[in-house]
Design a protein around this ligand. Structure first.
Ligand SMILES: O=C(O)CCC(=O)C(=O)O
Length: 309
């Protein structure tokens, strides 16, 4: 389905940018992708001013394709932050030790350790399928991940289309989950990941308070396109509100499996200077993994979204 973008849905911040001339960008759907998932943005330089017309095309393509790959972006962290802010306020990750110095809005995603053997970033980000910050009352609208250093092998990122996953559910299951809500918790897998990656810091009480669980609909409606999407993930969704534990866990297992069917997924193989912008209201994602012998570093910004409904 093609997204509906009314003029009123163009964020006011887009209009504030002045009217830099169009750069002649090309939006090319990812070859061989099933459905609309994924498009490349070519011929655009995000280090140059971005006018209203180009912004509106990018915004529309983001709604239509859910994952945009901006090729060859030689931009500074500040330009990354400024482009991200065009879509809304940015969220600061609870693991403040992995912020980029001078840019608290940027989370370093990396398996690299410094000279003292300390990790410079979150090495196991995306180990489980998830939608970023779904444990917040206002989960993320979208995230922008910019490649800084890429491994010689591995390091792909997978995306799963949650509109397609929802649409493909049997009608009886759609009816069953329509009224349901689920809890999302940052802590759900934290200790398990920490046991495997001991460098994950023990959270302070202030950090635990910052990531108090949230309750969201199991099926959310995209606030800009009106499309329904599954909104549960193996990383953060802990239980279905109001269902007995066994029944809730069985239903979650069924929904997790339905949400990542291979025909609804896209594998992104990173190229140097790629910046990938995904819609957390439409997709879940997974880091496919990087061999320990390979170095990988990316910078991530995360845009605040709406209260899911
Ligand atoms: O590193 C990746 O490929 C994905 C990272 C991720 O899942 C995240 O930043 O939320």
């Amino acid at each position: 389905m093609s997204a509906v973008l009314s003029p009123a849905s163009i964020p006011p911040s887009a209009l504030a940018s002045g009217d830099a001339p169009p750069q002649g960008l090309v939006i090319r759907p990812v070859a061989g992708a099933a459905g609309p998932l994924g498009a490349e943005v070519l011929g655009l330089d995000l280090s140059r001013p971005l006018g209203h017309e180009d912004f509106a095309r990018i915004h529309r393509a983001h709604l239509d394709h859910h994952v945009l790959v901006f090729r060859d972006q030689r931009i500074t962290p500040q330009q990354h932050v400024e482009f991200s802010r065009r879509f809304g306020p940015l969220q600061i990750h609870v693991l403040k030790n992995f912020q980029l110095v001078g840019h608290p809005e940027i989370l370093i995603v990396s398996n690299i350790k410094d000279a003292a053997g300390q990790p410079i970033g979150l090495g196991d980000a995306g180990h489980y399928w998830h939608s970023d910050l779904s444990y917040k009352d206002k989960p993320s609208l979208g995230s922008l991940l910019h490649a800084q250093e890429l491994p010689g092998e591995g390091g792909d990122t997978l995306f799963a289309d949650q509109h397609a996953a929802y649409d493909a559910l049997p009608e009886t299951l759609k009816a069953r989950i329509a009224p349901l809500k689920a809890e999302h918790s940052y802590l759900a897998k934290y200790e398990e990941l920490r046991a495997r990656s001991p460098w994950r810091p023990q959270l302070t009480q202030a950090q635990i308070d910052e990531v108090a669980p949230s309750i969201h609909p199991v099926v959310r409606t995209h606030p800009e396109t009106g499309r329904k999407a599954l909104f549960v993930s193996e990383h953060f969704t802990t239980r279905i509100v109001g269902l007995p534990e066994d029944e809730g866990q069985a239903l979650l297992a069924e929904l997790f499996a339905a949400s990542v069917r291979p025909e609804f997924t896209l594998r992104h193989q990173w190229q140097p200077h790629d910046m990938v912008f995904w819609d957390n209201r439409s997709v879940t994602h997974l880091a496919a993994g990087t061999p320990d012998t390979e170095r990988r570093k990316l910078y991530r910004t995360t845009i605040e979204g709406d209260l899911p409904f």
